[in-house]
Ligand binder design. Sequence first.
Ligand code: NAG
Ligand code: NAG
Ligand code: NAG
Ligand code: NAG
Length: 385
Amino acid sequence: MSLIALHVLVALASLVVSTQALSSHETTITQSLNTLHAQDAKIFYHGRWDFQQGTWWAGSGLKLHANNMQSLDLHLGAHTTSPVASLGVSVNYGPYITVNVSSGSNSIPLGNDADASVVRIVTEGWQNNRIQLESLTTNHDARLQTYVPSQVRLQIIGDSLSAVRIGLLSGQYLPQGVVQAWPFLTAESLKAELNVNAQPGAALKDIPAWGNVHGVSYEFFRTEDTGYYYTTDHNFTTPWDFAKDDPPPTHIMIHIGANDASQNVTSSDFEQTYLNFVSRLRTIYHTQPIFVFTPISLSTWGWPAADGSISYYYTDSYPKIVQERRTLGDKNVFLVNTTGWIRWEDVFPDNIHPTVSGHQRVAGFFEDWLKGWGLTPEVSWPTHA
Ligand SMILES: *[C@@H]1O[C@H](CO)[C@@H](O)[C@H](O)[C@H]1NC(C)=O
Ligand SMILES: *[C@@H]1O[C@H](CO)[C@@H](O)[C@H](O)[C@H]1NC(C)=O
Ligand SMILES: *[C@@H]1O[C@H](CO)[C@@H](O)[C@H](O)[C@H]1NC(C)=O
Ligand SMILES: *[C@@H]1O[C@H](CO)[C@@H](O)[C@H](O)[C@H]1NC(C)=O
């Protein structure tokens, strides 16, 4: 036997030995994993989760805080979107990376710097966004701690201009969905919690629009997004228990109207619908500032079209709604005038939804606006990585 052949043989033999060592090591770990059931109080949930511990609405998710976490597996039930649901996973406040998961066990990559202290997981898609959490497991010696949420907690409510397929809030058409949309970027820069209830194509008024069987003025008070109608295993809605938004949001942002306009809802009808909606929100959010966004637009109130024309809607309605609330004595409602936040070069010309950098531009404008209003970014997250 030649020297080289001998070397190969020795190398192969040691490979066999190390593989055996590895598998017995793995068995040991499997036997002593640390299991958290979905109801465990150490899991910090946000967004909308149903009674079967399943998510609805883009951006719903969970956060974990632990010492010495080196592995994490999610065990998902049959109500998880098939074949996959896309999750955004951020470790120690690093960038979100996409991990596709399915029902069964899913290993969540925690990156290379072994000790994952804070893990944040959100559903990325405006559709195909259901995960049903049964339990999660970590290495046996990980010590789960309580995640302490930020002092600033944003709630965004809205639509997207689905007539022209713009995923303005929910990140429709962005490679990573909601985590690249401007509300998410703003929340990250403020070091804030975020709940997103944005339904592409939906009107505010409770009418069918672009495949949505209900408007946001109805669906916001339900657990499920309007995708429920297209699912066979959960074709119904349940009331949302707002006590589950714990702690409650501190700032409410509303960006809506495009799909009411496209369904020919009149200005006065839209204004009344909006005012009724804000009155109802006030029964939940008694004191929080409410930000009424004008349509994020190329020019005043408008949205650019490929032929260079701009569509306008409800030109006078948004300032009127804010004024009407103030007349009623509600001084904590503010108009966010978004004129000029989006330019032609910030949208994809074929379907004119904002590009990744377009969303970054909008987030930058809103962060500046908030600074002027009096909200500056938190210095650090209360749960340190
Ligand atoms: C996740 O799944 C989607 C849809 O099937 C696919 O387009 C995407 O490339 C996948 N991403 C990753 C990171 O696997
Ligand atoms: C959901 O139920 C409605 C009737 O309430 C029905 O029209 C619709 O087709 C159902 N969706 C699915 C996916 O079965
Ligand atoms: C809205 O009005 C326009 C112009 O009259 C019409 O073409 C369109 O079909 C209407 N849309 C709906 C949803 O009623
Ligand atoms: C919004 O801003 C634009 C541009 O600065 C201005 O022309 C418009 O009057 C403003 N609208 C309101 C209601 O303040």
